[in-house]
Ligand binder design. Structure first.
Ligand code: PLP
Length: 385
């Protein structure tokens, strides 16, 4: 069945007792056993919980994986995955990384003796030169945020497999509607479901999808043992958001493409970072491995003095962190989302004081364009006196 249909039908045929089209919220944490040695399949809600189970099965299906695990946030999902590693293990990680992931690796995992090297994950020579005897996995974001760097997932997964490394992909920005890393050779997919999957800036959640029985069993052990699981209410809210994922992603992509093309021609704008633009590095790889583009892009102004007035003058577009919701949000990575990444690394990759990141919502394109246009014009007027 096509993914649009599978998304719309999440949980709709999963409650044979009542026929409920919207799968119920099972709040119970304890489950009665029929008799000694028998179980309904549910014992205690940290291990397995009915509403969460429907969400987890949907996640595994959408990402073409073996099993899904719903966590209390994207960071909780990453922490659960990182628990696969032990003292002395080493990870190869995308250079332009989500700030929270960088912080967890550098300030938490490092205490447990797990280290990471940050490299351009699309460059096999760079990966090879940083690989050590302790290297266990490659962690990839593609596209990265905010610079939208693209990694060829089939190429890197094949390289990783050859060296016995796990390939872990953070698929938050594209979602399974546009990109399915496991089909391209990855072992584990992680999502901040807080973003596009939830889609409405109203539920904090993370998802893990694993390939194969063995890895799934290991993840099930960690998920239950660590306990950073998603509650039933939030599981329900996330499924409700996911039902409209296809429609939302198509509109996000349409709006972002129109805006990126328009800004590319705008004289006060130096560069636009968006994989749908033909000049973008990795444009061809992105087209080959994904069926569409995210609703996020970044742009660099020529003059840093325009940043403050742009953020002050936007009205429809909110100046706020996060991304992937129906509402347009704009953020300033150097001081917000990427503040935990050392200035030296930020500069090396180009996250500087002239860069803005735009999570384009599903509002009418004309309204978003008009708002951004008036904000940039107001900023230009201010700096030119
Ligand atoms: C937001 C985000 C995370 C962290 O997810 P939370 O749900 O905020 O904990 C991880 N990776 C990416 C790419 C993100 O955008």
């Amino acid at each position: 069945m096509n993914i649009e249909s599978r998304l719309a039908q999440i949980g709709s045929q999963s409650d044979p007792q009542t026929g409920a089209v919207s799968f119920p919220v099972y709040q119970s944490t304890a489950f009665r056993h029929p008799k000694l040695g028998q179980s309904t399949g549910f014992d205690y809600a940290r291990t397995k919980s009915p509403t969460r189970s429907v969400l987890e099965a949907a996640a595994a299906d959408l990402e073409s994986g073996h099993a899904g695990f719903a966590c209390s946030s994207g960071m909780a999902a990453l922490q659960t995955i990182f628990a696969l590693f032990k003292q002395g293990d080493h990870l190869l990680v995308s250079l332009d990384l989500y700030g929270g992931t960088y912080r967890m690796l550098e300030q938490i995992m490092s205490r447990f003796g797990v280290t990471a090297s940050y490299v351009d994950t699309n460059d096999l020579d760079a990966l090879e030169s940083h690989r050590t005897a302790g290297t266990k996995a490659v962690l990839i974001e593609t596209p990265t945020n905010p610079l939208m760097m693209i990694t060829d997932l089939a190429k890197v997964s094949a390289w990783a497999q050859k060296h016995g490394l796990l390939t872990i992909v953070d698929n938050t920005l594209l979602t399974p509607f546009f990109q399915r890393p496991i089909e391209l050779g990855a072992d584990i997919v992680i999502h901040s479901a807080t973003k596009y999957l939830g889609g409405h800036n109203d539920v904090l959640a993370g998802l893990i999808v694993t390939k194969g029985k063995e890895l799934s069993a290991e993840m099930a052990f960690l998920h239950n043992s660590i306990g950073a699981v998603l509650g039933p209410q939030d599981s329900w809210l996330l499924m409700r958001g996911m039902k409209t994922l296809a429609l939302r992603m198509e509109r996000h992509q349409y709006n972002a493409t129109r805006l990126a093309e328009w800004l590319k021609t705008y004289p006060a704008v130096e560069e636009v970072y968006y994989p749908a633009l033909p000049h973008h590095p990795g444009h061809e790889i992105q087209n080959a491995q994904s069926s569409g583009n995210t609703g996020i892009f970044s742009f660099k102004m020529k003059d840093a003095r325009t940043i403050e007035p742009i953020l002050r003058n936007i009205r429809l577009i909110a100046f706020a962190e996060s991304l992937g919701g129906v509402e347009s949000l704009m953020t300033y990575p150097a001081v917000q989302t990427h503040a935990d990444i050392p200035e030296e690394i930020r500069r090396k990759i180009g996250v500087d004081d002239r860069l803005l990141r735009f999570s384009v919502g599903i509002e009418h394109i004309d309204d978003i364009m008009e708002d951004l246009g008036q904000a940039i014009k107001a900023a230009e007027r201010e700096i030119n006196g």
